[in-house]
Write a protein that binds this ligand. Structure first.
Ligand SMILES: Cc1cc2nc3c(=O)[nH]c(=O)nc-3n(C[C@H](O)[C@H](O)[C@H](O)COP(=O)(O)O)c2cc1C
Length: 165
């Protein structure tokens, strides 16, 4: 399975980045830091269709069969940056359906990051998105980053799962 990790933190050198770095090494996956991508909010008029969103999605569906969404927990939910990227997938249902259709048959998983436990509903948007796009949802791992928590050991189960697919 060839995979790409979409990093959705508001900082490129924070807790999520530390987790993503280890995950990418363990799985030999590429990383896209969404913070460095030039793309704007979903626009009903698609006047932003020439920003970097569509070329990025075209690249993803052409080269990978698995997407790892890696987001910090911000206000009990995914980051606004990651939500913006998800919102823009509506472009692939409205103005570029051929790209949208290519999600079908791919798979996804979720990594969330915070300094505490996470609520159970957190993964619901990802599970439902996978279902809507015809993708398999392979699971999630919440990683707690802090003094007493080892990142690598928390990634063991999800890495084993993804390597077995
Ligand atoms: C805007 C914002 C909202 C946050 N909301 C939550 C929250 O609801 N629950 C939680 O456990 N931590 C929350 N945190 C803490 C972050 O999840 C935590 O510090 C995380 O490890 C930061 O990852 P980052 O360095 O990639 O941003 C919040 C942090 C920020 C900046």
């Amino acid at each position: 399975m060839t995979g790409i990790i979409l990093q959705g933190s508001s900082r490129s050198d924070g807790d999520t980045a530390a987790v993503v770095k280890q995950l990418a090494q363990l799985l030999d996956y590429e990383i896209i830091d969404l913070r460095l991508l030039n793309f704007s909010d979903y626009d009903y008029l698609a006047e932003n269709s020439h920003d970097e969103f569509l070329p990025t999605v075209r690249h993803i569906v052409a080269h990978y069969d698995h997407i790892v969404w890696a987001t910090p927990v911000y206000w009990y939910s995914m980051s606004a940056l990651m939500k913006r990227f998800l919102d823009r997938i509506s472009d692939c249902l409205r103005i570029e359906k051929e790209t949208g259709r290519q999600f079908r048959g791919m798979s996804m998983s979720l990594i969330s990051v915070s300094n505490d436990e996470r609520n159970e509903a957190f993964e619901t948007p990802f599970i439902l998105t996978a279902d809507y796009l015809g993708m398999s949802y392979l699971g999630d791992q919440h990683v707690i980053v802090g003094n007493d928590h080892d990142i690598k050991s928390q990634l063991t189960a999800i890495v084993r799962k993804l390597k077995s697919c």
